[in-house]
Design a binder for this molecule. Structure first.
Ligand SMILES: Nc1nc2c(ncn2[C@@H]2O[C@H](COP(=O)(O)OP(=O)(O)OP(=O)(O)O)[C@@H](O)[C@H]2O)c(=O)[nH]1
Ligand SMILES: [Mg+2]
Length: 535
């Protein structure tokens, strides 16, 4: 494969994550984007039964029941942007992430695998705690952010209030590409700041279909929308005077963020978001390896695994590893190398994923997310490559703050229980800790947030038919220690020592005062902090 072909394929790809505080509308937006790309014919049509609650990316039973996402989901679709040759459309790789902070480790892993992020903000709520944290992660990783103010169909703040809040609190300057016509709750259309035209939307029944657009000139807009148009035009002018126009370099440097106002529910502003992604979001680039060399996109094949997920389909209980291709062309059937084990890995069962649906994928290029079926040896952070060898930096695991023991309640299910634990451990759903005292029958689960435990018990039941109970332990923080320090630590009150499944020795402490006391009394003990969730 010539590097010219790879270059052309890379240029038309956009790989991004949708992130936000819970409930801002990520899964609804994911569905709306797929609808606009004509991958599905009706929003909610794919898995929605009655109402629109379930979206194409929310497929787990627990997600459907609660209407929240507990796991990230990848989708790929083609989108013919304005100016595209229809035979060579753009290829969009999108990852919908869970908003709840208990699942932030999953979101973080996704952010190591994408080139840009779409940050959703609820028009009424503005910046929320998880939004702030995610912005920091994006900044830290140098991921450019497109800001989407969603739910503009409902009452909310004014555009200028939201813009001020973002620049004041995170120091990121929003550069609206469009200004909404009509206040939050009265969403009529958008003023295109570059052309000065009015894009007028028409509602469809239940917002299930693409909303028709009419493009009108400023004069006609003023005549039909009156005060709403004048207000939008004034806001646009003011933003121009403040220098808040899109600047590609500043956007890529993480200093500014193109901003769009949408209603994912009504499908308003969704096409504009796709166009902005195609026009401004960066195409895939090379990636820096552990030895600090850069694997360029046109180099031989390499990929990073960022997620492992099983139980996606009750009819096949397989394990899927999601890899993001970094360089070269991928061809199904290729035998690649697994950097962590040095072993070959056959890719006969490579699949393109679309929420819970899958199709065989024959070729893929940098930026693409490909699912590898039954990839038992692969874990998040792993590297796959064709010679020359490359290994990308591992994904740090978060510091757990919640610890519970897990016990099986049906005696004859012990074998299944063990299998299930290994499975969920390999996926990184929780960390699994063991020690001789407790034995194998009641391992300790360590998590960033308690909802991860609920996922464990729900999946134990649904996928392995094992009933389990979770018993919270009285520990609230963990430190990494070593063999030499373990005996002394075990003697201490309020401390328990475990081996994590990756071999790390962890000491759990009831609280930070206990830890401080022990650190002071026994300064010779090894007690290293783990990576904290917000780092
Ligand atoms: N009015 C209105 N409601 C919306 C809009 N977008 C999403 N919603 C509703 O907001 C709720 C949450 O939407 P989701 O798409 O599940 O939100 P999410 O960000 O994926 O949530 P998590 O994955 O749990 O973080 C649902 O009831 C949606 O129907 C919108 O543009 N307008
Ligand atoms: Mg969601």
């Amino acid at each position: 494969m010539s590097s010219e072909v790879i270059g052309r394929e890379v240029k038309r790809r956009r790989t991004f994550a949708i992130i936000s505080h819970p409930d801002a509308g990520k899964s609804t937006m994911t569905e709306a984007l797929a609808l606009h790309a004509r991958m599905i014919s009706e929003a909610g049509a794919v898995h929605g039964k009655g109402g629109r609650r379930s979206t194409v990316s929310d497929w787990m039973e627990m997600e459907k029941a609660r209407g929240i996402s507990v796991s990230s989901t990848a989708l790929q679709f083609k989108y013919s942007a304005s100016g595209d040759d229809d035979d060579f459309p753009h290829v969009i790789n999108l990852v919908d992430t869970p908003g709840h902070s208990d699942f932030s480790e999953d979101t973080y892993r996704v952010l190591t695998a994408v080139d840009a992020a779409v940050m959703l903000i609820d028009a009424a709520k503005g910046l929320e705690p998880q939004t702030l944290k995610l912005f920091q992660v994006c900044r830290h990783r140098g991921i450019p952010v497109i800001t989407v103010v969603n739910k503009w169909d409902r009452p909310g703040q004014t555009p200028l209030e939201l813009i001020d809040e973002i620049s004041d609190r995170i120091g990121l300057i929003p550069t609206p590409l469009y200004v909404p016509v009509g206040i939050a709750g009265d969403y009529r259309g958008l003023l295109d700041r570059r052309t000065g035209e009015y894009i007028k939307f028409t509602r469809t029944a239940g917002g299930a279909k693409i909303a028709p657009e009419d493009v009108l000139d400023a004069e006609t807009a003023r005549a039909t929308e009156g005060a709403a148009w004048i207000a939008a035009a004034e806001e646009s002018e003011l933003l121009g005077e403040l220098g808040q126009d899109h600047d590609q370099e500043m956007f890529l440097a993480g200093q500014t963020s193109p901003m769009i106002f949408t209603s994912a529910m009504l499908n308003f502003g969704v096409r504009q978001l796709l166009e902005a992604l195609v026009e401004f979001a960066p195409p895939p680039r090379g990636r820096v390896a552990i030895d600090e060399s850069t694997r360029e996109v046109t180099d031989p094949f390499s990929a990073v695994v960022f997620k492992v997920q099983a139980g996606m389909d009750s009819s096949h209980r397989d394990r899927l590893a999601y890899m993001r291709i970094v360089s070269g062309e991928f061809e199904r059937g290729m035998v690649v190398n697994h950097a962590q084990t040095g072993k070959p890995f056959a890719t006969k069962y490579a699949q393109a994923v679309f929420g819970r649906d899958r199709a065989t994928v024959d070729t893929a290029f940098p930026g693409d997310v490909v699912g590898l079926v039954n990839a038992m040896a692969l874990a998040p952070g792993d590297t796959l490559y064709l010679d020359p060898k490359v290994q990308f930096p591992p994904i740090p695991s978060f510091a757990p703050e919640h610890f519970s023991s897990l016990r099986v309640t049906t005696a004859d299910k012990y074998k299944q229980f063990r299998k299930a634990i290994d499975q969920l451990d390999a996926e990184g759903v929780v960390q699994v800790l063991r020690n001789d005292l407790r034995g194998d029958a009641s391992p300790v689960l360590a998590a960033v947030g308690p909802m991860q435990f609920e996922v464990v018990t729900a999946r134990m039941k649904a996928e392995f038919n094992v009933d389990t109970i979770i018993e919270p332990l009285g520990y609230s923080l963990a430190r990494r220690t070593d063999e030499a320090s373990a005996p002394e630590l075990t003697k201490q009150r309020g401390v328990e020592v475990f081996t994590r499944s990756d071999g790390a020795i962890l000491a759990l402490f009831s609280d930070k005062w206990r830890l401080q006391y022990i650190e002071k009394e026994h300064s010779d003990l090894v007690l290293e902090p783990l990576v904290a969730a917000a780092d």
